[in-house]
Write a protein that binds this ligand. Sequence first.
Ligand SMILES: Nc1nc2c(c(=O)[nH]1)N[C@H]1C(S)=C(S)[C@@H](COP(=O)(O)O)O[C@H]1N2
Ligand SMILES: [Mo]
Length: 194
Amino acid sequence: MDKRLFLATAGLAGLMPATAALAATSGTRSPGLLTVSGAVGKTNRGALDPVTDQMMAKHGIRFDKAFVFEAGDLQRLPQVTIRPTLEYDGKPHALKGPLLTSVLQAAGVAPGASMSLGLRAVDGYNAAVSLADAAAWRMVVATHIDGQPMALGGLGPQWAVYDADSLPAFKDKPLNERFAVCPWGLYHIDVKAA
Ligand SMILES: Nc1nc2c(c(=O)[nH]1)N[C@H]1C(S)=C(S)[C@@H](COP(=O)(O)O)O[C@H]1N2
Ligand SMILES: [Mo]
């Protein structure tokens, strides 16, 4: 049996997720949802392309190489759920995704490294956070809110966010001052040696 037929059959037989079988047989990839560039030890794409990387170019992002995550790549990392009270309705919500440190580690950034991070969102918003703070705050690259994937145009495709309710640095602040370094619509992370 050739590889394509095997993959299609395995997919139909429920031996692998249908989407994985489909991707393998069609040779297609899903869109990159999060690009990590700068001081990354693992790369899966080349330099910023001034033709196809329009949003990153407009946001002043430059790189020689980067590691790009598709939705499945983020979902395959260990998942955590936090339940912070959000400023938008004053209610706790379940936010699920990998830890930011797990994402960076997958891109070859050592957890204890002395790095500064630029967390860039689709509207151009940028939050500067040290890797040490991101780790101490257990910042999550959330992809789901209350069990639903977060859409582009909403809070997604990713939201870098922490459990402000339980963090000394944020819990006593007014709700609308707790999340200034938490970009929703996160799509790029710049990693720089601090
Ligand atoms: N993408 C994006 N994320 C953002 C912001 C923003 O303007 N864009 N504002 C930040 C600030 S300053 C705060 S206080 C909170 C809430 O801002 P918002 O009402 O613009 O979401 O989100 C933070 N994350
Ligand atoms: Mo703010």
